[in-house]
Write a protein that binds this ligand. Sequence first.
Ligand code: C5P
Length: 235
Amino acid sequence: MNPVIRGPVYAVVPAAGVGERMKAGIPKQYLTLAGKTLAEHTLGRLLSFSPIDSVIVSVSSQDPWWPTLPVASHRRVSTVAGGKTRAESVRNGVAQALMDGGEEAWVLVHDMARPLVRLSDIQALMEQCDEQGAILALPVVDTIKQSGDDLHIDSTVDRERIWRALTPQLFPAARLYEALSADLDGVTDEASAIERQGGRPRLVAGQSDNIKITVPEDLPLARFYLARQFETGEQ
Ligand code: C5P
């Protein structure tokens, strides 16, 4: 394993969102995909990756569904309180990782709403990470436009260096906790909190089927990708 990762690795999984854009009536992580909830898919993958010591899930105190899942009582799964924002939910999980694993702990933050993450991608992230941390990301393929306030194009952005940030994102727990203790306004992923502190996390190219379930049409797409992963044995 990567020599920069000296301490234990905890997966921190924010799962306290309501997923309003899914319009499903229940938080999206409890929707089913091929007979299992999204939460069970996501946690099953993280738990089957042996370098991860344990999984810390941020759950809303108003969530009646979580305790009914068998995975909620798995011996390597624990829960912390969710926050008002994703960043707060993550910070609570990172605090727990520091308490359990000490200053040398690392955290691998992964959205509960990304059930199709491949073990080979998690492996690549852990291998290629340096002391600044690393994230899975995808180079953009479309031409990117910068607009003015009036919906007219101001310019075309050079896409050669533009990436879409995915999860997992991997950082030393102490470093991420410090970054998430600053002003979180506009912070939508862990890397952006680290960047605000002058950090330059590494980009690791991931697979495009690691989608975040956000809107209703994402579910049939996830079903297609899952079936394809089964067919090719790439999970
Ligand atoms: O809403 P979005 O798709 O960005 O959420 C990404 C992840 O962050 C989801 O797994 C969601 O449950 C989680 N989240 C959270 N606490 C919040 C908001 C979102 O843990 N307050």
